[in-house]
Every structure is written in C-alpha cells, then in structure tokens.
Design a protein around this ligand. Structure first.
Ligand code: IPD
Ligand code: CA
Ligand code: CA
Length: 268
C-alpha cells in the first residue's frame, strides 16, 4: 500500500481487525441463511460488533478524536478538530443474503474537511485508501476515474430505494430517462463501494438519493483523489448532503446532473 502515513495505518489496522470478525460472521450468515428465521438478528449483532472493534481501535490510537458512527451515533471527544465517520457494515442487505459485496468504511475529517478514507471489502480483500492531496489506491495500484466521455459508453451505478422510503416513483422516472441514453446501469448495494469503484474507473459515475455521511464520507474523498468530481443530487457542491450524491469524471458529471434534473422536472 503506497499510502502509509501513520493515520492511514491506524485506519487500516482498525478496518482489518473488524473485517476478520465480519468475515467469520459472514460465514455464519451463510449457514443461517437456510434456517426459517433467517440471520436478521445475528446480522444486527455482527454490525454492532464490527463498530465496537473499530471504535476501540481508533480510540486507543487517537484518544480524544470525535466519532460519527452509523450504529452508535455521535461521540464527542476533547479534540474538536478531528472526527471519524464510520459505517461498520455498508451493504447490510447483501451481507444478510449471503451476497459477498459489502465493506467497512472509515473516514477522517479535520476541521470539517475530509482528509483520509479507507473502504475495505473483507471478502475480496480489496483495500481502498485515500489521503487528501496524496491520491487514492486500491491495494498497490493508484486509482484514476474512467476517461470515458460519451454517455453511450458509460456504465453508471445507483441505489434503488428500500421499502418504506418515499421516492420510488422519482427513482423509476430517473431510470426511465437515463436507461436509454447510457451503456448500462448497475445496483450493487453498497454505496461506499459504488464510490470506490467510480474512483477505480469501473463505474463511470454513481448517483443515489438519501444517503448518510457514513455511507459516502470515505468514498467522496476517494473519487476526488482519483481525479473525479462529486456534487449533491441537485448539482450543487455540497458534498455530504443527506439528499444524495452524484459522482463522475469532469465530462460525464454535467450530463448525469442534467439527466437527473430533467427526470425530476418530468414530474411536473
Ligand atoms: C446502504 C447501502 C446501499 C444504499 C443504502 C444505504 P447500509 O447502507 O449503502 O447501497 O443503497 O441507501 O443505506 O444500510 O447497508 O449500511
Ligand atoms: Ca451504509
Ligand atoms: Ca451500515
């Protein structure tokens, strides 16, 4: 891993430690899958266990930093300039169904600016790391966003709203509008990895409504450090807005923004 600043090492150590447990729990989920009750409660416990491991590791290595965690919420520290933003298991639905596509996502903010990110998929052992000003890497490989400029060639990832969310109609309008103009659309089910894959040039772009800071913090920095661009779902430059996100290279971002806007307007 060419990025080996002390803080990156701290983050990678915490992610790998939690990942070992998560990977064992994933094996157990595969067994529980066949039981009638299913692995639901077990998965919630696995999620919490992973978060606890990450919290303990990071607290030990950097006492005083604050936390924003998906499961445990906010923990203030005496150091008001640093904050960890953590999703201990991104892609819970995949995990629950025995689908090996999920990740641990850890970001570090300094004075409100994202400065480091780690996204780790324990099943594939894909370790994405990034540092502000120093690039983004997948294992040993420096990442660049895709160079494609034409919508006809572009494969975009997105998120399909879950049951209980109220933007199903908006989503189908977007798909209706975007599908005929692009090479393909994918829904893999872990927003952190969607962004990491944009950084790696696998996806040409990504959009999703209604994400939370822990879903995207590490990924936003990853995309930018790989030469990509990120906006909120309305095309404004508000990176961690919970209204959602659009990410792509410089050529495709305006096209993706325009298509999403137009699909929204079609609603009347
Ligand atoms: C979810 C995943 C998914 C996205 C959802 C997120 P979780 O996170 O990132 O891809 O579509 O909006 O909530 O719940 O698996 O941590
Ligand atoms: Ca998540
Ligand atoms: Ca989660």
């Amino acid at each position: 891993m060419p990025l080996n600043s002390p803080v990156i090492n701290v983050m990678v150590t915490a992610a790998r430690k939690a990942a070992r447990k998560l990977a064992r729990d994933f094996g157990e989920v595969e067994n529980l899958q066949v039981s009638r009750k299913g692995p639901g409660d077990f998965v919630s416990a696995a999620d919490l266990r992973a978060e606890k491991i990450i919290f303990e590791e990071l607290s030990k290595a950097r006492p005083g930093y604050g936390f924003l965690m998906e499961e445990s919420g906010t923990v203030e520290g005496p150091d008001k300039t640093h904050r960890w933003i953590i999703d201990p298991l991104d892609g819970t639905t995949n995990f629950l169904h025995g689908i090996p596509h999920f990740a641990i996502s850890i970001a570090l903010e300094r004075d409100g600016q994202l400065v480091n990110g780690v996204i780790y998929n324990p099943v594939t052992d894909d370790l994405f790391v990034t540092e502000k000003g120093n690039g983004a890497y997948l294992n040993d490989r420096r990442l660049r966003v895709a160079a494609r400029t034409r919508l006809d060639d572009a494969v975009f990832a997105t998120g399909i709203p879950f049951k209980g969310l109220d933007w199903h109609a908006k989503f189908t309008r977007e798909i209706d509008h975007i599908m005929p103009q692009v090479a393909g659309i994918r829904r893999f089910g872990a927003a952190s990895l969607d962004l990491a894959w944009v950084a790696a040039g696998r996806f040409d772009g990504f959009w999703e409504h209604g994400l939370q800071p822990w879903d995207i913090a590490a990924g936003v920095l990853m995309v930018k450090e790989a030469g990509g661009f990120v906006s909120d779902i309305n095309g404004a430059d508000k990176k961690m807005d919970t209204n959602g996100i659009i990410a792509a290279n410089a050529d495709l971002l305006p096209h993706l923004q325009a298509m999403i806007k137009k699909a929204g307007r079609a609603a009347g």
